[in-house]
Design a protein around this ligand. Structure first.
Ligand code: NG1
Ligand code: ZN
Length: 529
């Protein structure tokens, strides 16, 4: 195997000796200045993955909700899904190889995967608005071209837009036109078709305030808005013109701090939402007339969407099974509501979208959301076919209309990955169609007061979990301590787990009152030390 070109270019992207990183739930993520060699090598790996799968592979340069100084990279597989698990290991090995080991590690991957280096390959590259992202994406391109692979640089795109493009490129346009323009057209067409079905055509809906987290989502929502024309009235805050990316704003800040972002003018009762730094997460919120903050997170979104879909399924009389997938962070009230009132089966997956996505694929219709607002809906081929058939062959007008609505939801939702813009449009369409205000939506169930904290420990890996991360098995005695603390409160639950993206241990607790949730979370934090 001749890899001279690779080794030659690698000297321009040399790995600092001794630095090691792991391909975690969100790919590689660390301070931007440590990522040049990582990007170069992920360019190499993407080219290999493309040759192996004979498909276009995506590379997204972003660190999502993390500080502006950080950056990261993740690979996108052919259908727009996250990179398969076996290749995560190759990614880790490749990135951690010292310069003199690079050739051996690459050769091993090529051999193990029987990759024919003469095969064509193409890599689709996207990046967020971080100041470091442009140079880092050039390092990716150097890696891709060192293996004589083709590439297309899509420049500034949201993470879900890149996932969409990769899926379109590999399905001969069946999923849509593989451009950002194609994305806007697909979504605006579906939204318009749904909005037209609402009693007043959307005329009565009030303006939605959007916190763009000073990131790529702000840039892209402005472009989307032009396609939406007057169908949806939006007001954008934190658009990146003054503020810093994710600083005191964005979906993660709002969810974790349980307060509105800075830089946004909130009036009582107004419907607001926040995107995260790469626009794959969204949360809604509003202030009531007593100046109390109300958060509608991923759990409330999952409930709204699954209720809407279930009602349509009854109208079309299709026996498609639907399940909702959550994580340990899902509010206990949401799980109870979905299971007991909605009679929808709920499953708990490990944190990290790929785990939820895989579980959701087991259903005809799988709705998955992390409490932090990352999620989407997956429709199986069977479900899509049956629904499409009924758009014309439905037993009566009502059933045909419901099937058409489901078909538009299928077009509007980004099935490749959670997508703030697409989820926002689905939510807005449902609120319109059901004539719901944000307050009415919020009243569907009441969240249990909760608190999430992070603690820094010497080695977070000493904590090992089971039962979808809801219980610890290591270190010995910790779970017993947590059980004992939880017993001291009503309606309480608590768990700890090592973060997959930061060098911290996350601690979560819920209880009957905010004071109790706060007290419990502090007690559990102390138990972790
Ligand atoms: P970690 O750092 O493993 O908790 C965080 C989020 C995940 C997921 C990933 C990827 C929480 C509690 N955790 O993971 O849900 O979104 O980042 O971005 O929100
Ligand atoms: Zn994100």
């Amino acid at each position: 195997m001749h890899l001279e070109a690779v080794l030659r270019s690698s000297t321009r992207h040399a790995k600092p000796a001794g630095v090691t990183l792991q391909y975690g739930t969100a790919g590689f993520r660390t301070k931007a200045e440590h990522l040049d060699h990582v990007m170069y090598r992920m360019g190499l790996l993407a080219a290999l993955r493309s040759k192996k799968t004979k498909s276009v592979i995506g590379v997204m340069v972003t660190a999502s909700h993390n500080p502006e100084e950080d950056n990261g990279v993740k690979l996108v597989d052919p259908m727009g899904e996250m990179l398969v698990q076996e290749w995560e290991l190759y990614a880790t090995n490749l990135v951690n190889a010292e310069e003199h080991e690079l050739q051996t590690v690459l050769t091993n991957i090529i051999k193990q995967e029987s990759i024919n280096m003469q095969d064509e390959s193409c890599v689709a590259i996207g990046r967020d608005t971080r100041p470091s992202s442009e140079n880092l994406s050039l390092a990716v391109i150097d890696g891709v071209t060192a293996l004589d692979s083709k590439y297309q640089d899509y420049g500034l795109v949201t993470t879900p837009q890149l996932h969409y493009i990769v899926c379109c490129r590999n399905t001969d346009g069946r999923y849509g036109e593989p451009t950002v323009e194609g994305y806007y057209q697909k979504l605006s067409k579906a939204f318009s078709a749904l909005a037209k079905q609402s009693p007043d055509g959307g005329a009565g809906q009030k303006c939605l305030s959007i916190d763009g987290a000073n990131g790529i989502g702000a840039l892209k929502i402005k472009e989307m808005e032009e396609h939406l024309k007057s169908m949806l009235s939006l007001q954008l805050f934190n658009d990146g013109s003054i503020g810093k990316l994710n600083h005191a704003c964005g979906a993660d800040y709002v969810k974790v701090q349980q307060k509105p972002p800075e830089g946004m003018d909130l009036k009582p009762g107004e419907r607001c939402c926040s995107f995260d730094g790469d626009a794959d997460r969204i949360v809604y919120y509003y202030m009531d007339s007593d100046d109390r903050f109300h958060l509608l997170d991923g759990d409330k979104i999952a409930t709204l969407i699954s209720t809407f879909i279930k009602e349509l399924l009854v109208k079309v009389d299709l026996k498609l099974n639907m399940g909702v997938v959550q994580t340990a962070y899902a509010n206990g009230s949401s799980t109870r509501y979905l299971e007991e009132v909605m009679k929808v089966p709920v499953y708990c997956a490990k944190t990290g979208v790929k785990h939820l996505h895989h579980k959701a694929q087991e259903f005809d219709i799988g709705v998955y959301f992390e409490a932090n607002g990352h999620g989407t809906v997956l429709f199986s081929k069977t479900a899509e076919e049956q629904i499409r058939h009924l758009t014309s062959a439905g037993a009566n007008e009502e059933s045909r209309k419901a099937a058409q609505m489901l078909e538009h939801v299928i077009s509007l939702i980004n099935q490749t990955v959670g997508d703030a813009i697409s989820d926002m449009l689905v939510i807005e369409a449902i609120l319109l169609l059901k004539g719901l205000t944000v307050q009415k939506w919020d009243e569907i169930y009441s969240d249990l007061p909760n608190r999430q904290l992070k603690v820094t420990v010497a080695d977070r890996k000493v904590i090992d979990t089971t039962d979808a991360e809801r219980r610890t098995v290591k270190p010995p005695g910790l779970q017993e301590k947590i059980d004992e603390l939880v017993k001291g409160y009503n309606l309480s639950r608590a768990f700890v787990r090592p973060s997959g993206t930061e060098d911290v241990v996350r601690v979560y607790a819920e209880a009957d009152t905010q004071d109790n949730a706060d007290a419990l979370v502090h007690e559990v934090c102390l138990a972790v030390f």
